[in-house]
Structure formats: structure tokens, C-alpha cells
Design a protein around this ligand. Structure first.
Ligand code: SME
Length: 345
């Protein structure tokens, strides 16, 4: 038990209960580091959102690089709780527990690529002697071809672990092995679902905001494209108000497309409209009934949008990756369409 009182999930009521249930639904469990926030549920939610954004959101850093920073910063601070958690997560990628142990002892004892070494050196220096960081440290990262955006992400993750390590160490948050045992195959899927769920809350906020409908749909397209690395073109098609068998391009984010009007005759959007169901094509080169927008597009998903049972539009997403879409994308995007349907008429 930590050194301050906590409200367990079984005793929680009101807002705390709702937040616990949200976290449980997304991650299947509530980590002790989250439970320690139970007297301040808002902070728990904000913390969780920040964690998911930094560790699973869109970034030039790989998941492995992010977990590497987590382990090395936590080891530097002597935070056993976070080391345990993130060593397990890192080993999901390395599949070599001895190598992970060496990393925890001294990352310099491993033959890591120069770029990784510089990143970890920055992480340790910022953790131990933040005041001594200077422009030359940033230039050293740039030399290893980290962009300024990558450098920001490195800094945010280092700073995040310095923050969370102090929560664990400062409040006596204990590690229980059950907490990490579940980090096995399938855990990344849970993480992905959690990230997608975070976007659901943002989309609801956008739908309820005071901006006009077009702006709302535009903002949602941008949010989706910015957040999921393989969503390369995101747009809404609207069913033509008088010609019911025609789709008209609405707000979108990505390169302009020649398909601004699509009669229900050809293509994936027509198929989704006629069949009134989500169409996922993992490799468009194998699809004959398809309207191409660009040779870069490798796969596509089209989700019909219904209002009172009537087709009112579609959400269309093109990807430059082959086979990127999973069941999680389908569930998430169908949920998005359900939420945005109130904006259509
Ligand atoms: N590929 C679509 C056309 C629309 S664009 O992808 C934006 C189709 O086959 O219907």
C-alpha cells in the first residue's frame, strides 16, 4: 500500500468510478501508479491521457525507443516500480531479458547504435543534472538525425518519466508482479485501442464545440490524420441532397482528389453506400472495383454514416501502407461515424 490513502476500484463512486471503469475497459486493469491518484480523479485522467499520448501517439520515435528512454530514466532515478513495468514492455520488442538487465545496470555496456546512445545520454543528463543541459546537447541530437520534433518528443518522454518516477518514489507506490505479467502478445492491441479511445473523447469535444459543422468535420479529419500514422488521407463524403445516389466530397485532410462527386456506380465508396457496411481493402492493387486517387494509396477503409437508419455520408481513409487496418480501426472508426452522424442531415 502507498503512504497516502487510496480509494480502491471496488469502493469508488461518481467521477472516480467512471474514470476507473474507463481505464479498466481500455487496459483491463488499473495500475497502482494510477490508483495513487484516486483522491484527485481529474489528475488521474489527465495523467493517463498524457502517458498514452507520449508513449503510444504519433511520433518519429519508435515504440522501442520510447520504452528505452522509460527504462533508462527510471533506472537513473532508482524507480523500481517504473523500471519493472517498462523493462517488461521493452522486452516485448527485444525478447532478451539479459540484455534488458544490462541496460538497467549501465546502458553504455551494450553496443547500442550511436543514435540510441546519444538519445540515452541526453536522457540521463537531463535527469541527473538538468541545469547543465545546453544547446550543444541538442546539436548532438540533431547530428544523429533527430528532427526538432523528435527532440521535443525525447524531452517530453524523459520529463514525463522524471515526473512519474517521483510520484512512485514520493508516495511509496509498490510494484505487484500481477501488474506486468499481462504484458504479452496482444498488449499492443490494448494500447492501440486505448489510444484510439482517447481520440473518441476528443472527437466528442469537437462535435459539441461552438464552431460550424464544416469546421468540426475538418478538425476531425485533421485529428484522425495527425494521430494515426497510417491514415494518410481522411475525408467525409456526403450523400447528395437531391440526387440520393451520388456522393459529394465534404471536408477532408490530405492531398486534393479528383473524386469530388461519386455516383453510386463504381469504386469502394459506392460499394460501402450500396452495401451499407464498412469496406476494408488491405491492398487496393487486388481490388478491381476501385477508384484510384493516387498511386501512393495502398489500402483504404470506407465507413458509411447513418442517421435514423438512413445513409447520410461516409468516412473514407486512404493509407500508403499495405494491410494496416485491424479490427480496432474498424470498431474505432464506426464509433467515430456514430458520433459525427449528428452533424449530417
Ligand atoms: N478510392 C475511392 C475514391 C475516393 S478517394 O479514395 C478519396 C473509391 O474507390 O471509391
Amino acid at each position: 500500500m502507498p503512504w497516502i490513502s487510496i480509494i480502491d476500484d471496488k469502493e469508488a463512486t461518481g467521477e472516480l468510478k467512471e474514470i476507473y471503469e474507463e481505464i479498466k475497459g481500455e487496459r483491463g486493469k488499473i495500475a497502482n501508479i494510477m490508483k495513487v491518484h484516486s483522491l484527485h480523479p481529474h489528475a488521474m485522467k489527465a495523467h493517463m491521457d498524457l502517458y498514452v499520448t507520449l508513449m503510444f501517439g504519433k511520433s518519429g520515435l519508435t515504440r522501442e525507443e520510447r520504452e528505452l528512454i522509460a527504462v533508462v530514466v527510471s533506472a537513473t532515478n532508482g524507480c523500481e516500480y517504473c523500471v519493472n513495468h517498462h523493462a517488461e514492455a521493452l522486452n516485448h520488442y527485444w525478447k532478451d531479458i539479459e540484455k534488458v538487465q544490462k541496460l538497467i545496470q549501465d546502458f553504455k555496456s551494450l553496443e547500442l547504435p550511436e543514435r540510441t546512445l546519444r538519445m540515452l545520454e541526453y536522457a540521463v543528463k537531463l535527469t541527473k543534472t538538468p541545469k547543465e543541459i545546453n544547446r550543444a546537447d541538442i546539436d548532438a541530437l540533431r547530428e544523429c538525425v533527430f528532427s526538432d520534433e523528435d527532440i521535443l518528443n525525447i524531452n517530453l518522454i524523459v520529463s514525463y518519466f522524471d515526473f512519474v518516477n517521483r510520484i512512485a518514489l514520493g508516495l511509496g507506490v509498490e510494484f505487484t508482479p500481477e501488474e506486468v505479467r499481462e504484458y504479452k502478445e496482444g498488449e499492443d492491441m490494448k494500447d492501440k485501442m486505448q489510444l484510439l479511445n482517447l481520440h473518441i473523447s476528443r472527437i466528442k469535444e469537437i462535435v459539441d464545440s461552438p464552431i460550424d459543422t464544416n469546421e468540426k468535420l475538418k478538425t476531425i479529419c485533421k485529428l484522425l490524420r495527425d494521430s494515426v500514422p497510417y491514415y494518410d488521407w481522411v475525408g467525409f463524403y456526403l450523400v447528395h441532397q437531391s440526387r440520393e445516389k451520388e456522393l459529394v466530397l465534404g471536408p477532408f485532410n490530405g492531398e486534393p482528389t479528383e473524386h469530388v462527386k461519386i455516383p453510386f456506380r463504381k469504386g469502394l465508396c459506392s460499394q460501402a453506400a450500396e452495401r451499407k457496411e464498412t469496406i476494408i481493402v488491405q491492398d487496393v492493387s487486388e481490388e478491381t472495383d476501385y477508384l484510384s486517387c493516387s498511386t501512393k494509396v495502398k489500402s483504404e477503409v470506407v465507413i458509411p454514416i447513418f442517421k435514423k437508419g438512413k445513409l447520410v455520408g461516409e468516412l473514407d481513409i486512404d493509407s500508403h501502407t499495405i494491410s494496416p487496418f485491424t479490427d480496432e480501426d474498424r470498431r474505432f472508426l464506426e464509433k467515430v461515424c456514430e458520433i459525427v452522424s449528428v452533424l449530417f442531415y
